[in-house]
Design a protein around this ligand. Structure first.
Ligand code: SF4
Length: 208
């Protein structure tokens, strides 16, 4: 029999001794386990994978990209313009894009006094915004009609026309106040139920 060291072994005893030596050599070289070739995968999974809910992901996307419709009837709009500018920088909230079309907007910021004559147009803008949509009543006029509340021509609060999510008082509110209101709205959006209740939908489908 030819062995690795090119010697010829003829007796059983020598053959056993040689085999024993091979085993002992292998044991001596095998004290440490061979590294798992997939060990990097465990680390990658820990670093890269986050478990969360679909609601959380959808609400995160929605609250991080709220696009306001252009609907600023009066003087509070000046503060809103300041919020849009570089000093207060509304783009930090993913909101710098004011949409001229309500169909591309999901937020109405009611920056100004609303007269009854303008109210149907504001309601129409709101109706044309796709769901989900939100309203921030900005300024005393937006909240309650403000100093014009007793006027026959002024709507005493936008909530008579559209559902309001957040109220920001002040005449006018400072930009920081509006930003605080926006953060309140973001918190509200974060708690929304974004995914439909499938069992409930199926139940309704059965009844239809
Ligand atoms: S709250 Fe004051 S600043 Fe704002 S629209 Fe009314 S009057 Fe103008």
């Amino acid at each position: 029999m030819e062995m690795s060291d090119s010697k010829y072994i003829y007796s059983d005893a020598e053959l056993d001794r040689h085999e024993g030596q091979v085993v002992e050599d292998l044991k001596a070289r095998s004290l440490e386990p061979i590294a798992d070739p997939d060990a990097w995968l465990d680390e990658e999974l820990k670093r890269n994978i986050v478990l969360t809910s679909v609601d959380t992901v959808l609400n995160w996307a929605r609250r991080s990209s709220i696009w306001p419709a252009i609907c600023f009837p009066a003087c509070c709009a000046a503060e809103l313009m300041a919020v849009e500018g570089p000093r207060f920088d509304l783009s930090r909230f993913g909101m710098e894009i004011l949409r001229a079309s309500p169909r591309q907007a999901d937020l109405m910021i009611t920056a100004g006094t609303l007269t009854w004559k303008m109210a149907p147009s504001v309601r129409r803008i709101y109706d044309q915004m796709p769901e989900p949509k939100w309203v921030i009543a900005m300024g005393a006029c937006g909240v309650s009609g403000g100093i014009f509340r007793s006027s026959y021509a002024v709507v005493p609060g936008y909530n008579k026309i559209v559902p309001v999510d957040v109220y920001v008082p002040g005449c006018p509110p400072r930009p920081e106040a509006l930003i605080y209101g926006i953060q309140m709205l973001q918190k509200k959006i974060a708690k929304m139920k974004a995914v439909p209740d499938l069992p409930e939908m199926l139940r309704k489908g059965d009844r239809a």
